[in-house]
Each structure stands twice: as structure tokens, then as C-alpha cells.
Design a protein around this ligand. Structure first.
Ligand code: SAM
Length: 406
């Protein structure tokens, strides 16, 4: 059976070396064998039984906080009769599930206005997508989410979204999965890393040549990165797709917000001398490695996000910055600690009142588990260090006072 590596080898044999961005595009998104198409690994890649977990796996309180922010956005916009949430890169739909739970249980008026479109590149006919959809709709049915309020598409162009919608585009850990070019300083100049075939072994191997586009060559200068002062061998990633992606996912947003959550930094924080190997990493079974070309389609490939690029790309298309904060700050301001405490008191009442009994001990352990999940979400060296970017289009000054950014 032909593997994805065979397909990549054939492309290189016939057309020559490919950019790392092209390699990443094939490894993650080849329609049948790509990692995110589910073909490469033949199983769900995300979650505890997959290769890595995301914030939604840690605890539903993460989704509760995002939902609270979305709910407040609806209030700030004057409670419009319809409020669309569009979630590109929705994956398994964990956030959609937790947002709906919040809406149904705590904000039913908002729930009546809420429409939710999940967008993911996983092909519609893939077993991965079908299994995810089945699970999500079973969960939404259990919450009695009203008919016609949720759509799952793999391209926004195929959605029923109005030509001009009011609401929010929210995404978690999508931008880090967009293909990136890989640059390296070599002999005082900037070169690009390409993927080729090793002349002796025939295996996938790296090679350096001139950058594949002038945009790429000028990218670091645009952000005033002093790369000329850095040593030879210094590497970094450049995502040329991020701006076009932001334009595409927000082009029907008439009035409202974006909320983009991911790991990364501003350009100044990202392209430092110390980060000499760049930020590209691959994940399998919760193990991180730097073997970027190994087993294409079988492992996640990811790079940190340049948030300055997203801010600038937004400004070019009438999306203005509200704020850039850390996930820990965002969650704290949305009341994750208070909500965790309230939840613990509600669910585990004997943890404090009857610690000496069996049921008190059981509740105590459950309470500790809940609090340790919250600590994981707030950990500044982990998920808490993620960035949250909020932008707005056509929103009044007063409408920009977001809870998570105040
Ligand atoms: C790292 S996963 C995150 C999934 C989910 N947001 C979560 O937090 O668990 C990235 C997801 O983005 C999807 N994706 C990547 N590029 C996309 C694009 N341009 N449009 C829609 N989905 C995309 C991938 O298929 C994958 O499911």
C-alpha cells in the first residue's frame, strides 16, 4: 500500500525539492493520508488517547470561561436576535459542547439567539469526521440544543452563514497548525529549508536554498528582527498563510469579534537569538520530538504563532485590536477560580464538611482533581502561557470592554 511518504517522495522525484511548508501541508492535510484527515494514524489524533491534549480536554471549565466571554459579547452588542459563533479548526467539538452547555444551563436567552458553525479541514466523508460528528450531536441532543442551531462544515464557503453576520470567530490551536516555511541563517544570508531525497539512502532529507518568495526574504526585516546579528545556523518559521486565513474566516463578519487562542508570542518575543532552533515540534503519543520529517501523516507538526502578524493582518481588513493577553489572565478574569470553587462545593459537598468519612475522602480527592485541572489551565509554563487575541469589527468603544481583557 502506498504511504504518504511514498507520495511525497514521488512529488520530489518529479518536481524537485519542496518547501517545508509544502511538506507540512501534505503531512497534515493530504486528503486521505494526512494527519488531520485521520488517514495517517487511522485513529482520533487528539485527546488523552491520541497524541496530545488541548485545553478543552483538561476541564470543561475552560469552555465555560470562553462561553462566558462569548455571552458577554452578545450582551455588549445589545443582545441581537441572532448571534453566530464560527469556530475554525473545531476538531472534536469540545468547545462547541461546553459553550452550548453554558448557554442552555446558564444563559437560555442567549442560547435562543446562538448559532454555531464548526469548521474543520477533516474531510466530510472521513471516518474521523463522522465519528466526531456523531459524538458531538449525541451530546448536543442530550442538552436539547434546538434544531438547526449547529452546523459542521469543512469549508466556510459551504456554510449557511449569512453574508453579513453578527457574532464571533473563535479558534483554539488552529493557527499553530497552518503550514510554515522554515528559514535558516547560512553564510550571513537567509536560506530556506527544503525537503529533498537523500542521494544515497533515498530518504527524506533537508537541504538549503534561496527563499522561495520575496515575501519570505523580507518577512523578518518587516518585524525588525535583528537576524543579521544572529549566528549562522539560527532557524525560524514563517507562516505566510496566517493573514489570508484570518481574512477568509472573518470576511462575513459584519459586526463582532475574533478570539484567537494559541501558543506563540509577538514577533519580538518569538524571533529571539536564544530560540536558535525555532519552535517547530512534532507530537506522537504525548511525546515531543524534533524529527520533523519522520513518518509524515503519523505525527502532529506545529509551530508557535506570530501574534504581531495576526494583529497587523487584522488591521488591514478592518479588524482592530482589543487586546492580547495570556490564557491564565483571560481565564482568571472570567472567574475560573470562583467557578471552580462553586462547582466543587456543589459537586463534592463532603470534601470539607466530612473529610474523616469515606464519602468525605472520595469528595476530597475529586475536589483536588478539579483544582489541579484548573492549575494546569493556569500554569504559566504551559497552557496558561498561551496567548489570547481579541479583535473587533464595527463595535463601539463600550462594546470593547471584554471581561477577559479588563
Ligand atoms: C490542533 S487541532 C485543535 C482542535 C481543537 N480546536 C481543540 O482545541 O481541540 C487543529 C485543528 O485545526 C484544523 N484545521 C487546520 N487548518 C484549518 C483550516 N484552514 N480550516 C479549518 N480547520 C483547520 C485541523 O484539521 C485540526 O482539527
Amino acid at each position: 500500500m502506498e504511504t504518504l511518504e511514498d507520495i511525497i517522495r514521488e512529488e520530489i522525484s518529479s518536481a524537485g525539492a519542496i518547501t517545508f511548508a509544502r511538506f507540512m501541508e501534505l503531512a497534515l492535510y493530504h486528503p486521505t493520508l494526512g494527519y488531520y484527515s485521520g488517514g495517517g494514524v487511522g485513529r482520533e489524533p487528539l485527546g488523552w488517547s491520541g497524541d496530545y491534549f488541548t485545553s478543552g480536554d483538561v476541564h470543561p471549565l475552560w469552555g465555560w470561561c470562553v462561553a462566558r466571554q462569548l455571552h458577554q459579547m452578545w450582551q455588549l452588542l445589545g443582545q441581537p436576535p441572532r448571534f453566530d459563533v464560527v469556530e475554525p479548526g473545531a476538531g472534536r467539538g469540545l468547545l462547541a459542547r461546553d459553550v452550548w452547555r453554558y448557554a442552555v444551563e446558564q444563559a437560555p436567552e442567549w442560547g435562543a439567539a446562538l448559532r454555531y458553525t464548526l469548521v474543520d479541514r477533516a474531510p466530510p466523508d472521513s471516518p474521523l469526521r463522522q465519528a466526531r460528528q456523531q459524538r458531538l450531536f449525541a451530546e448536543l441532543n442530550a442538552l436539547a440544543v434546538h434544531d438547526g442551531a449547529v452546523w459542521v462544515v469543512n469549508d466556510l464557503a459551504d456554510s449557511d452563514l449569512p453574508e453579513r453576520f453578527t457574532g464571533c470567530v473563535v479558534s483554539n490551536e488552529l493557527v499553530d497548525a497552518l503550514p510554515v516555511h522554515l528559514l535558516q541563517k547560512q553564510d550571513g544570508a537567509l536560506a530556506e529549508v527544503y525537503v529533498t531525497l537523500d542521494a544515497t539512502s533515498g530518504r527524506l532529507a533537508e537541504t538549503l536554498a534561496a527563499p522561495s518568495s520575496p515575501e519570505l526574504a523580507g518577512y523578518l526585516d518587516h518585524y525588525s528582527v535583528p537576524w543579521r546579528d544572529y549566528p549562522d545556523g539560527w532557524r525560524c518559521e514563517v507562516c505566510l498563510e496566517a493573514g489570508a486565513w484570518l481574512r477568509d474566516v472573518t470576511n462575513r463578519l459584519g459586526q463582532g469579534y475574533t478570539l484567537l487562542i494559541d501558543y506563540g508570542d509577538t514577533a519580538t518575543g518569538l524571533y529571539t537569538r536564544d530560540r536558535r532552533h525555532g519552535t517547530l515540534a512534532v507530537y506522537t503519543r504525548h511525546q515531543m520530538s524534533e524529527r520533523l520529517l519522520a513518518q509524515p501523516g503519523q505525527q502532529d507538526i506545529t509551530a508557535h504563532v506570530n501574534f504581531t502578524a495576526l494583529i497587523e493582518a487584522g488591521e488591514d481588513i478592518g479588524l482592530n485590536l482589543i487586546g492580547l493577553t495570556t490564557q491564565a489572565e483571560f481565564l482568571r478574569k472570567l472567574g475560573i477560580r470562583e467557578e471552580a470553587e462553586a462547582l466543587a462545593n456543589r459537586l463534592y459537598p463532603y470534601a470539607n464538611s466530612e473529610r474523616h468519612t469515606d464519602r468525605g475522602q472520595a469528595d476530597y480527592l475529586r475536589q483536588r482533581t478539579l483544582l489541579s485541572a484548573v492549575a494546569t489551565l493556569l500554569n504559566p509554563a504551559g497552557l496558561g502561557g498561551f496567548r489570547v487575541l481579541a479583535q473587533q469589527r464595527a463595535v463601539s468603544e463600550a462594546g470593547q470592554q471584554l471581561l477577559g481583557f479588563q
